[in-house]
Write a protein that binds this ligand. Structure first.
Ligand SMILES: Cc1cc2nc3c(=O)[nH]c(=O)nc-3n(C[C@H](O)[C@H](O)[C@H](O)COP(=O)(O)O)c2cc1C
Length: 165
């Protein structure tokens, strides 16, 4: 899915992340808490998500707020990941400028030596849940007469409205 955040200059930033789970609370993804998106969410936790299925001509847009999930859940998921991904989470100072690719390789080898077969979750890595406040479901139709259905959360219910394409 594409996650968009906004920085302190009101500049939007968007990037792809893996939607790991969705549950009754919202949409869960995992990342580095020191990268750009995490810094932006720490200042302003309003985000948007976009999903696109070209072959179905479908788009889903979500607005909501991002909240960190519990450390316990992040640890359980981290422990299921392949060891190379676990080491990668330690090796990469996400979003920072690095001198060369070699720097990453060396970091990787360093943490491999350090942790062996038991890699703990880095304190700077974990999950966010995006709690939705609105959804727009877009369905492509002939003659550009596409459907756009807007669901807005109103207390315990969802208001449903139609937007012009
Ligand atoms: C298919 C795909 C999946 C990705 N999944 C993740 C992810 O789950 N978490 C993540 O932090 N970055 C993921 N990335 C990398 C991000 O797009 C982005 O480069 C990175 O998170 C740094 O973004 P930032 O500097 O805005 O924080 C993925 C990229 C692609 C293309």
């Amino acid at each position: 899915m594409i996650v968009a955040t906004v920085d302190e200059h009101l500049q939007p930033h968007s990037r792809v992340v893996l939607l790991k789970e969705f549950n009754v609370k919202g949409f869960v993804f995992y990342t580095n808490f020191e990268g750009h998106k995490a810094q932006q969410m720490a200042q302003n936790n309003r985000v948007s998500l976009t999903f696109f299925w070209p072959s179905l001509e479908r788009q889903v847009r979500v607005l909501g707020v991002a909240e960190k999930i519990s450390e316990t859940i992040s640890i359980s998921y981290f422990n299921t990941r392949p060891i190379e991904s676990q080491l990668g989470a330690w090796a990469s100072p996400q979003s920072q400028l690095i001198r060369s690719k070699d720097f990453l390789e060396k970091q990787f080898q360093y943490y491999k030596q350090k942790f062996g077969d038991n890699v703990p979750k880095p304190p700077h890595w974990g999950g966010y849940v995006v709690v939705p406040s609105s959804f727009e479901f877009w369905q492509g139709r002939p003659n550009r007469l596409h459907d756009r259905l807007l669901f807005t959360h109103t207390g315990n219910d969802w208001k449903i409205e139609r937007l012009a394409p």
